[in-house]
Design a protein around this ligand. Structure first.
Ligand code: GLA
Length: 387
């Protein structure tokens, strides 16, 4: 589907294409720093070249009309700008609706409605942030259509707020930040406690990033995501009785080990251990990449997966099988990426062996799991924008 086809489809579904504008926001893949973003730690994601496209136009009345070419069977979603409530029947459209509601509640002057056609080329429910991509594409559309005075970091925060409050998922800020602030050929090293960030060039010299999709669908809300978050909060509460910290990300490994006994519950202690060690691994991984030490970067990725599997327990047979097959077939580093329980893995693979890698890992996965995985070679793109 190219942009002209999208505009034609807009015309077909909304009458005319006069006055339409086009927007894009990418999906993201996280290289390392998993389940650290709601623990005040660091993350290291990059924006993808795939994402969500919107063709849109302001209306003169207060109606909101939205259609997704990915969910055509769901039909046209119609709503009144003054009655924006979560509606399970609106499925995908609750993401853009939530953003509009949050912007309006924040006082931005969005009086009239709009017509919008959505199309995404991120595999749906694959853990590559199709929802954050929709939210950021919606944000940049609102900014442009209504001439709002708002910068990208604010849009990122409102998008996260909308996912938290409107869609009921207690996600951290990583996905929205990567989809909004991503930069071509760079990963974003973000401190989620302070929102300080730097762009790190991803120059891999003969090595490629491959995403492997388990094709096991997952939704954040119905996974154990919110439960993990509460477990970490309870662990932090125990530590705070003695330590002057605001988040698990404030701790070094040594400080954690000497206070871990304060966390009475074994499961909560394991969750907190992951959050602390993963944050430190992320800092070390960025140092390694900056020094061109890909071997160390890969080892840290592998350790990240082991910790997500054993201490955080968010992997499962599909993700573990894909990662183990990658380790056995020449990956420099491989780990699950995103929320877990399904979705994708991220792999550093020598570029010369990509076809063999895909064939062998794909075969091992299908033999064990019973259906196929998909593979994509990553190209790192820019964040949300008008196109
Ligand atoms: C999901 C959430 C993010 C982050 C990751 C895990 O993608 O949306 O905020 O917590 O899981 O790292």
């Amino acid at each position: 589907m190219n942009l002209d086809q999208l505009v034609d489809s807009f015309e077909k579904n909304f009458g005319t294409k006069a006055g339409t504008l086009r927007f894009f926001a990418p999906g993201r893949v996280n290289l390392i720093g998993e389940h650290t973003d709601y623990n005040g730690g660091h993350v290291f994601p990059c924006a993808l070249s795939v994402g969500t496209y919107i063709v849109a136009r302001r209306r003169n009345d207060a109606k909101l009309r939205m259609l997704s070419l990915n969910f055509e069977a769901a039909g046209m979603m119609e709503s009144d700008m003054d009655k924006l409530t979560y509606d399970p029947a609106h499925s995908w459209a609750n993401y853009p609706k939530g953003v509009v509601k949050i912007f309006k509640d924040a006082g931005f002057a969005i009086e009239t409605g709009f017509d919008a056609l959505f199309y995404g080329d991120i595999p749906n429910a694959s853990g590559l942030s199709s929802s954050a991509s929709i939210e950021l594409a919606t944000s940049i559309m609102l900014k442009t259509l209504y001439g709002l005075n708002i910068d990208m970091v604010e849009m990122v925060k409102y998008s996260q707020k909308s996912e938290n409050e409107f869609n009921g998922v207690n996600c951290g800020i990583m996905d929205q930040f990567a989809c909004g602030m991503g930069k071509k050929d760079h990963a974003v090293f973000l401190n989620t406690n302070t929102l300080e960030y730097t762009y790190v060039p991803v120059k891999l010299d003969g090595v490629s990033i491959i995403i492997a999709n388990t094709n096991k669908k997952r939704g954040l809300a119905d996974s154990k995501y919110n439960e993990r978050r509460s477990e970490c909060e309870r662990a932090l509460g125990q530590l705070k009785k003695v330590l002057d910290i605001t988040a698990l990300g404030d701790l070094t490994e040594a400080a954690f080990e000497s206070h871990a006994h304060l966390i009475g519950n074994d499961v909560e202690r394991k969750r907190a251990k992951h959050a602390v060690y993963e944050n430190r691994r992320t800092i070390k991984a960025v140092e390694a990449l900056n020094e061109g030490n890909l071997a160390l970067f890969g080892e840290l990725m592998n350790a990240s997966h082991v910790s997500l599997r054993d201490d955080y327990e968010v992997t499962g047979a599909e993700l573990d099988t894909l990662v183990e097959a990658a380790w056995a077939n020449g990956a420099i580093g491989a780990r699950m990426t995103g929320g877990g329980f399904g979705g994708c893995t991220v792999n550093m693979v020598p570029s010369s062996s990509i076809p063999v890698f895909i064939e062998k890992v794909g075969k091992a996965y299908e033999e064990k799991i019973g259906y196929k995985a998909d593979f994509y070679v990553v190209s790192i793109g820019d964040g949300a924008r008008e196109i």
